[in-house]
Design a protein around this ligand. Structure first.
Ligand code: ATP
Ligand code: MG
Length: 251
């Protein structure tokens, strides 16, 4: 479903991604790992339209998506979460999901503010979708709570719910387990598997090896912007270049 070919991204003299290629099959949970600053988030930004590659291509079901605007990419079926919290703290959990469906997608909701039949249909459908995704993320009991008052692990689940509300075919998660406990990670693994079982493919950046090794069927590894590994969790754990990148040459 996703084909990244020979992507290079330069910021002035800094090469954040260097000639990276990989692909993802429909239904797959693919992980991207690598040390800090190795180009993982930059790759997400290029897949989702937040950055244009210096060179190379990103194709989604055979269609070029690199260089498109972020809202156009969402419309094609790719949604994402951000590494840093991107919720609106003063709104409730359900309002975050509800408004997240409209603010950045299109002007449909604005046009509907004239409050004709179309407005009510759109609003009803949106509210149903909010309920569905909060249920999937096990956040329904928090629906009316202020987003700033829920635990940080719940805020990260809320960020996933906001992305899921856009009915993506592929969801990109940037460090969903950041700041979570081992128990919360185990719960998150089950939840992400449920998302995949609901028909959404998952591309996940994560430093947490418990989550990566237990969740991902396929892993790629970045180091200094280059792809140094690509394989199953078992293959990645045995890859000498990966071991060296993580643990240093002496090991
Ligand atoms: N917009 C930008 N302008 C200039 N440099 C950038 C920009 N975005 C990222 N970089 C640089 O590109 C490199 C890769 O950054 P990136 O955020 O992709 O790393 P990462 O693998 O996601 O790291 P982390 O694990 O810490 O999140 C870093 O050196 C970073 O400083
Ligand atoms: Mg990052």
């Amino acid at each position: 479903m996703l084909e990244v070919s020979n992507i290079t991204k330069k910021f002035g003299g800094l090469v954040a991604n260097k000639d990276v290629s990989f692909s993802q099959k429909e239904g797959e949970i693919l992980g991207i790992i690598g040390p800090n600053g190795s180009g993982k988030t930059t790759m997400f930004n290029m897949i989702t339209g937040f950055l244009k590659p210096t060179s190379g291509h990103v194709q989604f079901y055979g269609e070029e998506v690199s260089g498109l605007q972020p809202q156009t990419v969402v419309g094609k079926g790719i949604a994402r979460t951000f590494q840093h919290t991107s919720i609106l703290p003063e709104l409730s959990v359900e309002e975050n999901v509800f408004y997240g469906m409209f603010t950045r997608i299109d002007s449909n909701f604005g046009r509907c503010l004239i409050r004709g039949k179309k407005f009510h249909d759109t609003e009803r459908a949106a509210k149903e979708r909010v309920e569905e995704v909060l249920d999937l993320m096990e956040l329904s009991y928090r629906a009316g709570d202020c987003a700033s008052s829920i635990a940080s692990a719940e805020q990260r689940k809320l960020m996933i719910a906001i992305a899921l509300a856009r009915t993506p075919k592929l969801i990109l998660l940037d460090e969903p387990a950041a700041g979570t406990s081992r128990e919360e990670q185990t719960e998150l693994i089950k939840m992400i598997q449920k998302i995949r079982d609901a028909g959404v493919s998952v591309l996940v950046i994560e430093h947490n090896m418990h989550l990566v090794m237990n969740l991902c069927e396929h892993i790629i590894v970045f180091n200094f912007g280059e792809k140094i590994g690509d394989g199953t969790p078992e293959e990645i754990q045995r890859n000498p270049d990966v071991i060296e990148a993580y643990l240093g040459r002496s090991v």
